[in-house]
Design a protein around this ligand. Structure first.
Ligand SMILES: *Cc1c(COP(=O)(O)O)cnc(C)c1O
Length: 475
């Protein structure tokens, strides 16, 4: 399988795009063509365990990794007790025609573990093959950084330098990251806000000599390895939701998915699963008050907002106003034409907007994509309603998904709501919604009490350079 840039040109194979999702011409890496899963192929996959299914699905994209090696990588990622549910991704009933897809059973209690655990294994494998090292430099306001650290901790060829805003994360988020004692994990608490952290990363990344000299890289949401690993759980959830359907009907039995969205990474994987032939009726995109994507899918106008115009909400991992993966969907929308895609992003640079309203009707009819916005009050009400209907407590991001999902539930079509985080991570909001104080369980309490390992740093590029020079792994 060859990879191409959404703006033209070839990029190599899976291993080549794993370290850099961004093409030199500014486009994103996508497979040259999407593999297809026939109905008989889908039935062949039904009895497989989660790691086995991951080998089959990721193997369609990672054709340059021998099957036995890939099976070892997926076994290490999804076996070995890193996920607390036996099935890795359990499904449970939420009432009102909705089913929860449990994507948050991994070490950081958020769906990012699903992709990051695989990426950690795959990165080490590819680096060992080429005898290389990688120093991952990133900025986080919470979930991504901790999922990356937990996936890369203790690895020999990778070090992580993760900037986080001092005093801006919850006690739980801090504990999840800063309690890691591994030598290769460097937590750097910057005196500033998330944008300051992000800017420091950007400035170092534009210094190409420094970047090369210290083998700097990223594991952000445009990474195609992450996208491919996320496709697995769409197939898995469809299989589990149709296990009890009559054998004669189940191979074409449709389900819908509701996806709490920010960078359009999670739902892009759903779009790929649907394009590959998984019987998915609707992909319901949910945003919070930062509803750039909802506006896009309702009007056809993509108008990203500046960070100054991005609100801090109670579903903070969705506080995104520039969806880094959207270009991959637009590439498909525009008939996989690199010139039209490049022109659209040129328009974005010129006018801060892309007008795709001529395609508005196709979003739903051809791609099954519908969308909606959920607010703070919606989150609170939905957490309460779901708790009353099913006894399940959902986190605020999943609540955004469930709120928007509810408007799109159809008779006879299971609505699968993706659980993007566990409620323990957001105890304050859960207390506000349910009117009870959530006492941390024993595991959470020992995490909160664990010694922390973090370096404090001013918002200063020079200080960061010096720190990296002193601590980066050498090629
Ligand atoms: C990252 C994240 C999201 C958004 O996912 P995207 O792939 O960026 O659309 C939603 N909820 C939680 C809890 C997350 O961590």
């Amino acid at each position: 399988m060859q990879y191409i840039s959404t703006r033209g040109g070839t990029l190599g194979q899976f291993s080549d795009v794993l370290l850099e999702g961004l093409a030199p011409n500014g486009g994103l890496a996508v497979p040259e063509h999407l593999p297809r899963l026939s109905t008989s192929e889908l039935e062949r996959l039904r009895p497989l365990s989660y790691p086995e299914l991951a080998t089959e699905i990721i193997g369609l994209f990672a054709t340059d990794i021998p099957r036995d090696d890939l099976a070892r990588l997926t076994a290490a990622a999804y076996g070995g007790g890193k996920f607390s549910a036996d099935k890795i991704v359990p499904l449970s009933d939420l009432g009102d025609g909705m089913t929860l897809v449990g994507l948050s059973e991994g070490p950081t209690l958020a769906f990012k573990d699903m992709a990051m655990q695989f990426l950690g294994e795959a990165l080490e494998y590819v680096l060992a093959k080429d005898d290389r090292v990688l120093n991952v430099l990133g900025a986080t306001s919470g979930d991504t950084g901790s999922a990356a650290e937990h996936a890369l901790r203790g690895r020999e060829r990778v070090a992580v330098f993760m900037l986080s805003p001092q005093g801006r994360m919850s006690a739980f988020q801090r504990a999840q990251m800063y309690s890691l004692q591994d030598e290769n994990v460097h937590n750097i608490a910057v005196e500033g806000v998330f944008d300051d952290c992000q800017n420091l990363v950007k400035r170092l990344n534009t210094d190409l000599d420094f970047k090369r000299a210290h083998s700097l890289g990223a594991v952000n949401s445009i990474n195609f390895g992450r996208i491919s690993a996320q496709i697995v759980y769409y197939v898995w959830a469809w299989l589990r939701a149709t296990d009890s359907v009559d054998a004669a009907e189940r191979s074409t039995f449709e389900v819908s998915f509701a996806v709490p969205s920010g960078n359009f990474g999670n739902i892009l994987s759903g779009h790929y699963a649907r394009s590959m032939g998984v019987p998915i009726r609707r992909l319901v995109l949910a945003t919070n008050e930062n509803n750039v994507l909802d506006e896009f899918f309702r009007t056809g106008h993509y108008r990203p907002r500046s960070s100054a115009n991005t609100l801090a909400t109670s579903s903070p991992s969705m506080d995104v106003s520039r969806a880094s993966n959207l270009e991959r969907f637009v590439f498909d929308l525009l008939g996989r034409d690199p010139e039209r895609t490049a022109a659209a992003w040129h328009e974005l640079e010129e006018r801060d907007e892309i007008d795709l309203s001529a395609h508005l009707e196709r979003f739903e009819s051809e791609f099954g994509l519908v969308s909606g916005t959920s607010t703070h009050d919606d989150r609170l009400a939905t957490i309460r309603e779901v708790s009353a209907a099913s006894g399940v407590t959902i986190d605020p991001h999943t609540a955004d998904g469930a709120k928007v999902a509810r408007a799109h539930v159809e008779d006879g079509i299971p609505m699968l709501v993706l659980e993007t985080a566990k409620p323990q991570k957001f105890a304050d909001l859960i207390s506000e919604a349910l009117g009870t104080t959530v006492q941390p369980d024993a595991e959470t309490q020992s995490l909160l009490d664990a010694p922390q390992r973090v370096v404090e740093m001013p918002d200063d590029e020079h200080a960061l350079r010096v720190y990296i020079e002193e601590h980066a792994l050498q090629a």
